[in-house]
Design a protein around this ligand. Structure first.
Ligand code: R5P
Length: 293
């Protein structure tokens, strides 16, 4: 135990070496507090700066969709390949092993299902429970341009306020309504509105034309949702183009867990996101891994 007598006198003051301030390179994040940066640095890989988030929170609005009937059987084998999980607390508590020990983006908004009207939501998970679950990020739906725009922006702001209080980043997800056109003009506006309200990460869809305008005009990292299941090569193509045009990762669900070989697919997606593999070489990797399984 330290005491006041017999200590070696301090002498290594490094007078010639000024203390360095570290810069946190993640887009827009340098002025955040330490805890916020620490959490974000667990989501975005230190080397590539990117992330492969595995989304399987669909059940909170859709029930047991294809590939998510038994998350213990279908998602557990994928965990080791994901940088971060996006899920709801019911599944996290009941199915995901607490020894998983990787970042969790916790779905914290709730309210309606595909059977009624989507996005009529509230903040369904309070920050205390997010902390109890050791969530790294809290996620909420934002219906920009939709009927529940004001309500979901209020939810976003509430989550950001509580997140800032405890150093937990908020992921704002732009839930694009069926009536809206997913073009760069709309997606850029949605992403920007979510970021201007203070979200530290934005999740949005990819669009074929001018996606670089969406990422350029958003001051925080964008991760793309995969959307409906596509042929594997097309999904890899989309991930490649999104990253090439400034996305900092994917938060992908159906295009991974509904793939013919989900374990091969998540590894192929990783090679695109973290190693800039071309869609063709990632697809080759997918087929090789699938053949070997
Ligand atoms: C939708 O309810 C969730 O936010 C999903 O996490 C999101 O849509 C990403 O999943 P997918 O890649 O299947 O679109």
């Amino acid at each position: 135990m330290a005491d006041a007598t017999g200590n070696i006198a301090a002498k290594d003051y490094g007078f010639d070496t000024p203390q360095k301030n570290t810069v946190y390179e993640l887009k827009g994040a340098n002025n955040y507090d330490w805890g916020m940066k620490d959490r974000l640095s667990r989501v975005f890989d230190q080397k590539s700066g990117k992330t492969v988030m595995l989304a399987f929170d669909h059940g909170y609005i859709m029930g047991p969709t294809s590939g998510l009937e038994r998350i213990d059987l279908t998602i557990t084998p994928l965990l080791e390949y994901a940088d971060c999980l996006m899920c709801a607390r019911g599944i996290l508590r009941t199915v995901i092993p607490p020894t998983f020990n990787k970042p969790i983006s916790l779905r914290c908004s709730a309210g309606s299902t595909i059977l009624t009207e989507l996005n009529d939501e509230c903040v369904g998970v309070e920050v205390e429970d997010a902390i109890r679950l050791n969530a790294t990020m809290m996620a909420t739906m934002c219906a920009i341009g939709g009927k529940y725009e004001a309500l979901t922006i209020r939810n976003l702001c509430k989550m950001i306020e509580t997140g800032l209080r405890y150093g937990i980043p908020t992921l704002g997800v732009n839930a694009v309504g069926k009536e809206l056109v997913r073009d760069a003009r709309y997606l850029a506006m949605g992403a920007r509105v979510i970021a201007e309200n203070g979200a530290q990460v934005v999740k949005t869809y990819y669009c074929e034309e001018d996606f670089e305008k969406v990422t350029a005009a958003c001051p925080v990292p964008i991760v793309i949702a995969g959307g409906k299941k596509l042929p594997e090569l097309d999904a890899l193509n989309m991930a490649y183009k999104a990253i090439d045009q400034g996305a900092m990762g994917v938060d992908m669900g159906r295009n991974i867990f509904q793939a013919e070989d989900p374990i091969a697919m998540i590894q192929a997606v990783r090679s695109v996101v973290h190693e800039n593999a071309t869609p063709d070489s990632a697809f080759q990797m997918y087929n090789d891994l699938k053949a070997a399984n």
